[in-house]
Design a protein around this ligand. Structure first.
Ligand code: GTP
Ligand code: MG
Length: 203
């Protein structure tokens, strides 16, 4: 898929106020600092469309980006950021959960996992929540450039093996790096295919 346009539409903390356009939507979620905003910039070939930071907790709202005037990308706050106050964490959790429960346009969610990490409880629980809520999701392994190819392969195989201890089958997964654009074509082709598959539902 060729990216002809990518524009920021709005940020808000309540899904009710999100854009009303009936177009397919894709959300990026995962632990704070895993690389959600960076991945959006890499896919769109834009340096700072989504705001990134070396410090966790940068994205704090639901951010809608309209791509090619045909679909939305949504950058969400990360979960599992320990330094945030308890009150704020509860508010976050509430509006993120609400987003997933209420957003009818959402066709697929990408759960981002740092390629270097073993499965963590919070990610497994979040995937379980998506499963229970009936939301299709894929796994995106990020920061692949931080491992050697051999270590990367070993780590991903091990991660998938551990997921299979919890589930019968694995979701579609991607291996990406925002530093060297690894996985970009595959990722965009996947979205392109879903857009075609769901076109009738959005007429
Ligand atoms: P929050 O908004 O805080 O939840 O974080 P986020 O998941 O949006 O992460 P963000 O994209 O802001 O990236 C966090 C840090 O990781 C930044 O310093 C990025 O430069 C770095 N980073 C993200 N992706 C990659 C990658 O693929 N490779 C490398 N080497 N660094 C990355
Ligand atoms: Mg972010």
């Amino acid at each position: 898929m060729k990216i002809k346009s990518a524009e920021f539409v709005m940020s808000n903390s309540n899904v009710i106020k999100a854009p009303k356009d009936r177009i397919p939507e894709y959300a990026f979620i995962g632990r704070s600092n895993v690389g959600k905003s960076s991945l959006i910039n890499m896919l769109m070939e834009r340096k700072s469309l989504a705001k990134t930071s070396g410090k966790p907790g940068k994205t704090q709202l639901i951010n809608h980006f309209k791509i090619n005037d045909e679909w939305f990308l949504v950058d969400l706050p990360g979960y599992g950021y320990a330094k945030i106050s308890k009150k704020k964490r509860t508010i976050f959790q509430y509006f993120i959960e609400n987003y997933f429960k209420e957003r009818e346009q959402l066709v697929c969610t990408f759960v981002l996992i740092d390629s270097r990490h073993d499965p963590q409880k919070i990610d497994l629980e979040f995937m379980q929540f998506l499963g229970n809520t009936g939301i299709p999701f894929c796994i995106v392994f990020t920061k692949a450039d931080k491992l050697t190819p051999t270590k990367l392969e070993k780590q991903i195989t091990s991660y998938k093996g551990k997921l299979l201890e919890h589930w019968e089958s694995l979701p579609t997964s991607f291996i990406t790096s925002s530093s060297n654009s690894l996985g970009r074509d595959e990722f965009l082709s996947f979205i392109d295919q879903i857009n075609k598959d769901v076109a009738d539902d959005f007429k």
